[in-house]
Design a protein around this ligand. Structure first.
Ligand code: C2E
Ligand code: MG
Ligand code: MG
Length: 693
């Protein structure tokens, strides 16, 4: 720290302070001295001078005490003015003393005289500590006295007066030099005090600064502690948030993992997990020389239920099915949902295939009892295909594919049954897949066309109608029979588009004028009969082409009635109202109940060719056909006899009062180019017209 230097002015002020503070005590010693002298000289001739001295000194001292006092009290003080005053007063006191001492040379009493001089010496010496703090004050007080004493000593008659004067000179010199020394040390003392005070101030400042710093430090420390606390809390929060995020992430990962390997609806393992499990089971079965059974289960009628009751009921049904399946199985067996209405069961550690039969039968049986879902009583069945490791495959995919093929065959055989896989199934499946593939592009590639098989009145030889039959000629597969591709069109749903194509084709063909005054029968599949939009389409096409709706007849099969009677009833009534007639095809092969026949707007019953074949040799067939004819007549329906191939068959039919016949004896289905020629001729009973195809 930079030290402050004591300025001359400052030093003077401090000197004056000390000087003025001791003015009273100095003054008192002077006043005491003058009045002491007065008492000593009271009875001498000097008492007047002494009294004058005493009064003058006392007054001067009072004035000086007043001056110094007012200086010390005042705050705004002119130091020079006060000092001059003080100096003048002290000089006056010194001069008063000098005057008095001069008057003492003639003193008769030496002892009193000596006493006076001794008092004066005392004052000269005593003035040092009081006045030498500021030398001019000492000098103005001492010098007049010293001059006076010196004059007195010189002027003494005494022989020793020189000696006295010299001694006094030495004394006064010592006093002056002492006063100088005292002055110096007083100044030093003042300086030291000043510096000490400075130091104390500095130290105090330092302490204050330190305290301030300390306070700041404490403050900062507190702030820091608060910040640390806040940060720690933040960190704890962040940490707990992070933990939450991590646990959420883990949960999400777990559920993703679960989703990746499980079916969302039933919670059962999905195909991915199933394949894993089958592969592991294959390894175990291989090691232990055991068999493994893969059961591919598909629900019967599920699609119809889903379409008619909605997918919410469908989903509930699937859940209940999964519960029933789980209850049926052993713990060690795996069950999975493959999607849709397909389930796969893996049977571990099989000793022989009978075990698979037992389980499959139990599964089918349990699914056959009625399901009660949202007060809907639902009846389903199941078709199960079985493949066995190692006979039917050595990998999960192979076993699954073969079990699927077996299931498909079980379904084809009527459903609600089990079927073991055999190799010939795969070949058929491959063939089927190939046909299915080609069918998808058949309309676009213009591969379909129609053939028309005549329906003839065998009594008059007149053609009364044609049955329109779909034909498909594919560049890879050649001509494929409708018996093969129609079921595939139904399974793939392509039947809707192809069905429309047939309607458009036939209505336009009729409209082109080639088939006037005859009916054209169009075959309908079960799926088409549930589709109300299809009726509207037919109506629209009739209107568009302007044909007579009574020229159109629609053939439906018996099985269609059993599937969804109510829907079919609405559909057929609508068609009938338009003006089209309805024929029941392949009659006798299904299980048509009599009540159905009476409730539906059926105009014609087509007697299936299985009853015609060999009717001339089998009397039972004759009886059956006879009762069909009786029933049809009773219900006011006409009959068409299908598949007449021989004259003998025709003869029997004629004997049974049959009129309209259709069969190879008359004609195979005709190409459109041959129709015109066919219609120009009559086709007599005994002269059937056989056309080559
Ligand atoms: P379907 O309705 O019973 O048609 C009669 C089938 O018997 C035709 O076979 C016809 O060629 C055959 N046929 C006719 N007369 C004789 C005969 O004297 N002897 C023998 N053995 N067969 C005869 P196709 O043309 O192969 O049709 C088979 C089935 O395909 C049809 O049976 C019908 O159910 C279905 N079908 C044909 N065309 C269509 C169609 O456009 N739509 C739908 N949904 N089904 C169709
Ligand atoms: Mg038919
Ligand atoms: Mg038929």
């Amino acid at each position: 720290m930079k030290r402050k230097i004591l300025e001359v002015n400052e030093l003077l002020k401090k000197q004056v302070d000390i000087l003025f503070n001791s003015a009273l005590s100095g003054g008192l010693s002077n006043v005491f001295s003058v009045w002491l002298i007065f008492t000593l000289v009271y009875d001498t001739k000097h008492h007047v001078n002494s009294l004058i001295l005493s009064i003058v000194v006392t007054i001067l001292m009072l004035v000086r005490t007043y001056v110094t006092g007012s200086y010390l009290k005042s705050s705004n003080r002119n130091i020079n003015k006060y000092l001059s005053g003080y100096l003048l007063l002290t000089l006056s006191i010194g001069m008063a003393w000098g005057w008095f001492l001069l008057t003492q040379s003639s003193h008769s009493d030496d002892s009193v005289k000596n006493m006076i001089f001794l008092i004066s010496f005392g004052l000269i010496a005593g003035g040092i500590p009081i006045l030498s703090v500021w030398l001019p004050a000492y000098y103005v007080f001492v010098i007049p006295q010293a001059i006076a004493i010196f004059i007195v000593f010189i002027s003494l008659d005494d022989a020793q007066h020189y000696y006295l004067a010299l001694t006094f000179f030495i004394f006064i010199s010592v006093m002056i030099s002492t006063s100088i020394n005292v002055n110096r040390s007083r100044k030093k003392e003042i300086e030291l005090t000043f510096y000490n005070e400075q130091l104390i101030v500095d130290l105090n400042n330092e302490i204050l600064i330190r305290e301030e710093v300390q306070f700041q430090l404490e403050n900062n420390k507190r702030k820091l502690e608060i910040k640390v606390e806040e940060r720690t809390k933040d960190l704890i929060d962040i940490n707990s948030n992070l933990e939450k995020v991590i646990s959420k992430k883990e949960e999400a990962e777990e559920s993703l993992q679960h989703l990746a390997y499980h079916d969302e609806l039933t919670g059962l393992p999905n195909r991915n997990l199933l394949i894993n499990r089958i592969d592991h089971s294959i390894e175990a079965a291989h090691r232990n020389k055991q068999q493994l059974g893969v059961l591919f289960l598909d629900l019967d009628r599920f699609k119809t239920i889903n379409d008619s009751l909605g997918h919410i009921i469908g989903d509930k049904l699937i859940k209940q099915v999964s519960i029933r399946l789980l209850k049926t199985l052993r713990k060690e067996d795996t069950i999975s949902r493959n999607g849709g209405d397909e389930f796969v069961v893996v049977i571990q550690r099989m000793i022989n295939s009978d075990e698979a039969i037992g389980i499959a039968q139990k599964l089918i049986e349990n699914l056959t009892s009625i399901f009660d879902i949202d007060s809907h009583k639902i009846h389903i069945g199941a078709s199960v295909g079985i493949s066995i490791f190692p006979n039917d495959g050595c990998s999960a995919l192979e076993l699954l594919r073969n079990a699927d093929t077996a299931m498909y065959n079980a379904k084809k055989a009527g459903g609600n049954r089990l079927q073991f896989y055999d190799e010939s199934m795969s070949n058929k499946l491959r063939e089927r897949l190939e046909i299915e593939n080609e069918l998808h592009t058949a309309i676009a590639n213009d591969e379909f066309y129609m053939a028309f098989q005549p329906q003839v009145n065998c009594l008059t030889g007149k053609t009364v109608g044609f049955e329109a039959l779909l034909r498909w000629n594919n560049k890879e597969l050649g001509a494929v029979s409708p018996v093969q591709f129609i079921p595939l069109l139904e399974e793939t749903g392509l039947i809707y588009d192809v069905g429309k194509w047939v309607i458009t084709y036939v209505t336009q063909f009729i409209a082109s004028g080639h088939l006037s005054n005859v009916t054209v029968a169009i075959n309908l599949s079960a799926l088409q009969c549930g589709d109300m939009k299809f009726v509207s389409f037919i109506e629209k096409e009739i209107k568009n082409t302007g044909i007579d709706p009574s020229q159109l007849e629609f053939e439906i099969t018996e099985s269609l009635l059993i599937d969804d009677f109510e829907k079919t009833e609405i559909f057929l009534n609508k068609l009938h109202r338009i003006g089209c007639s309805i024929a029941l095809d392949d009659f006798g092969t299904g299980y048509t109940s009599m009540s159905y026949l009476t409730r539906l707007p059926i105009d014609c019953i087509k007697v299936d060719q299985t009853f015609i074949r060999d009717i001339d040799t089998k009397s039972t067939l004759v009886n059956i056909v006879k009762s069909i004819v009786t029933m049809s007549t009773g219900l006011g329906m006409k009959n068409v006899f299908e598949g007449i191939e021989t004259q003998a068959e025709l003869d029997v039919v004629k004997n049974l009062n049959g009129e309209i016949v259709q069969g190879y004896l008359y004609s195979k289905p005709l190409d459109i180019d041959d129709i015109e020629q066919w219609l120009t001729k009559s086709h007599e009973v005994n002269a059937p017209y056989l056309i080559k195809q």
